[in-house]
Design a protein around this ligand. Structure first.
Ligand SMILES: [Zn+2]
Ligand SMILES: [Zn+2]
Length: 305
């Protein structure tokens, strides 16, 4: 199953040095999920071939402008491009007021319905479930209401042991049941235990998106064992005091978060405009957690690769 994320924006607060405010497009089994939508996200989508018509779910972590100021523009383009299928929006409740006011002032009635699911920053909640994944909120610590999002693959089917299947001449029509763990009963009544014919499925993959937050171990248990952990890393650790004041994380702390939660890989982003280049941030995170990458514009990360 395809499970990959394209980075559309990596900057905090303002667009700068070819870096855009935060946005990511997650492709799961060829369905697109947009996470945050900073200013300029539409242009980034065009640049990196992320088709708006294929997005049915948008997740907004919080209402600082660098995470949603591109949203009304995108909603408007969807309308102008003839969208009629519903769009699901997972966001803080006040975002509806903002969108409603903008639509009211421009006397626009969208041709498609927006179905809202308001996030609760105080609790972990499953906000989406479909045959591919479940998505739950991650309550973060950022001053204003803010949640991250944890995308978890559904448990996958068991894997057939080819040689056994062939050796016992098991007909193809039994394969789906075998993959679900059912034993095989042959014509002569002999029972073949499922464990002798199949292997355990791979562990479900997890993408944990930790948006703006103070380093706070209270959400660590929830993000444990992420296949890919995205964590904000706004500042170098020399700016720790500023990070604490503004409720952000340093690159060193992001590395610690990945280490303590046993992530397979760490992706850092949301870089302060004070850093013209990002090498120091990367080196700092890698000093704690070597498997770290920069979430820079246009990069595609395959989750579990
Ligand atoms: Zn931000
Ligand atoms: Zn913020």
């Amino acid at each position: 199953m395809k499970f990959e994320v394209t980075i559309l924006g990596s900057s905090s607060a303002t667009p700068i040095y070819n870096r855009n405010p935060t946005s990511q497009a997650l492709n799961i089994n060829d369905r697109l999920y947009l996470i945050d939508c900073g200013e300029g996200t539409q242009q980034q989508m065009l640049k990196f071939d992320v088709k708006a018509s294929r997005i049915d779910h948008i997740f907004i972590s919080h209402l600082h402008g660098d995470h949603y100021l591109g949203l009304v523009g995108l909603l408007s383009s969807m309308h102008l491009n003839g969208r009629i299928k519903p769009l699901k929006l997972y966001c803080p409740e006040q975002l509806k007021e903002i969108i409603d006011l903008q639509l009211k002032c421009s006397e626009t009635t969208l041709q498609y319905p927006i179905e809202y699911k308001f996030t609760n920053p105080a609790d972990v909640e499953v906000i989406l479930e479909n045959p591919d994944i479940t998505v739950e909120t991650i309550p973060l610590d950022h001053g204003i209401a803010c949640t991250g999002f944890l995308f978890r693959e559904k448990k996958r089917l068991r894997k057939l042991i080819r040689e056994k299947i062939d050796a016992f001449n098991i007909p193809v029509e039994y394969y789906p049941a075998l993959k679900k763990g059912v034993d095989y009963v042959a014509h002569d009544g002999r029972v073949y235990k499922n464990e002798s014919l199949t292997l355990d499925s791979d562990a479900p993959k997890i993408y944990a998106y930790c948006s703006d937050t103070l380093y706070n171990e209270r959400y660590f248990e929830q993000i444990n064992n992420a296949t890919l952990l995205y964590h904000e890393a706004t500042f170098l650790n020399t700016m720790l005091e500023r990070a604490n004041d503004t409720r952000h994380t340093t690159a060193l702390q992001a590395g610690e978060a990945a280490l303590k939660t046993h992530a397979e890989k760490l992706l850092i982003g949301h870089f302060s405009a004070r850093y013209k280049t990002l090498n120091e941030l990367l080196d700092e995170a890698r000093s704690i957690f070597p498997a770290t990458e920069l979430a820079v514009e246009g990069k595609v990360f395959v989750i579990g690769d």
